[in-house]
Design a protein around this ligand. Sequence first.
Ligand code: ME8
Length: 522
Amino acid sequence: ANAETSSRSRFYITTAIAYPNGAPHIGHAYEAIATDALARFQRLDGKDVFFLTGTDEHGLKMIQTAQKEGMTPHELATRNAGRFREMDQRLNISFDRFIRTSEPAHHASTQEIWRRMAASGDIYLDSYAGWYSVRDEAYYAEDETTVGEDKVRRGPQGTPVEWVEEKSYFFKLSAYQDKLLKLYESQPDFIGPDSRRNEIVSFVKGGLKDLSVSRTTFDWGVKVPNDPEHVMYVWVDALTNYITGIGFPDEKDANWKYWPADVHIIGKDIIRFHAVYWPAFLMAAGIPVPKRVYAHGFLFNRGEKMSKSVGNVVDPFALADQYGVDQLRYFLLREVPFGQDGNYNHEAIVARTNADLANDLGNLAQRSLSMIGKQHGGIVPEPGAFSDNDKAILAQADAMLAQAREAMATQQIHMALNAIWAVVAEANRYFAGEAPWALAKTDPARQKTVLYVTAEVVRQIAILAQSVMPDAMAKMLDILAVPADARDFAALANRIKPGTQLPPPAPVFPRYIEPTDPAAKS
Ligand code: ME8
């Protein structure tokens, strides 16, 4: 790295790594899109960003699905890891590395963290007897399970559990209760949102039992050093991906400088693994803990939990084809407060994209730029002195960056979008109120100023909205003739240059029109 990159502040962000036991679904797409928007935002803000994603390929769930499909777990993982990569490509996910936990380097890395945990005296051999959920890949205490009317015993997330009894290595999690509580206190931003933090603090205050960290009844996984009869519990290896991905255990690796992670983005169902087990493993191994773990909510299709058996699993490729990638990205990030559960349905996405994108932002850009095109030969006009109205809208646009930064620093992506769309709304009121189409005859000098101010506000909106809608905003910056090296947040401080020749404006957001129902045709 040159001096310039090494002096920039770093930002390391990760998604959870998905189980490739099936094709990616909208929940995976949602997490990838949100994490991508956070990563792009920091890049545009001048940070040296590393963004890791990938697939979590070991564990019983993979073994059982592979058996059903008549393939090996590795074949199943390879097929579906390919689908996850394709999804990332389709959705414009700007990851720096896609890690697969079946990679030899990851096995070596996980064995090294195990050795360090063992060296600190936190791993011992015993035998496990208790409940296990294959769907959650989680051990549960008896009092966390309930037997339903169907006589099936289920864990706290509603998935069936089975009785497991076998020789097993244990991690001394019980020894970490106080250290974890101290961590939550000394690093108050360690867990977000606050509701999740409270949930974890009371879970840990309730006492921690030692954790079974190996199995002997199957061999698909990372082998325990010096005891190859055991493979590690899948979560030990899964969590370790976050350090393998940046070169662990080679601390001379060029990417190791990114540790500790700035934020792990995960779903609310796996907060316990990330906010309890992971920091405890790291402390045992003498590795610094991440700065923050942020849990987003779950997406539901019309209020129902998606499941293969209900048949309402939403395919992210189909959604991208139907609505457009940037429309989908915008919808998910604007509609659902990040951290809460949300609903997806056709009417909501059409309403959002037609109102916010096609009408409010698209038309504003189209109307102002085509007026510059038709009446000024496509040349950004020279403004006169700014009126109070001009100053007010420019000031509101100038304030967006600070608001967006504050929101994105705590993963409040929807709040950043709210701040930007407040300016979109205000700019529309400004444009309608100033009526530049009428000024063309009554006060041409004033019209130039109004068009200049509008173009400048659209430029700022487009620069800021890039992290959520990279392609659409690139198009918008193209029609504003903004050079490639003037699209980051540092460029917000310079105004658009009068005299700039603009290309003919092309519409950026088509309206969504319902495909005609063939049954309705006579
Ligand atoms: O949990 N809405 O993998 P996974 C929103 N391999 N997010 C959802 C969702 C939904 N409907 N369904 C799942 C795993 N997710 C582990 C992670 S990390 C070291 C190992 C989220 O494929 C889920 O919360 O079941 C998780 O963050 C991610 O998708 C992958 O889920």
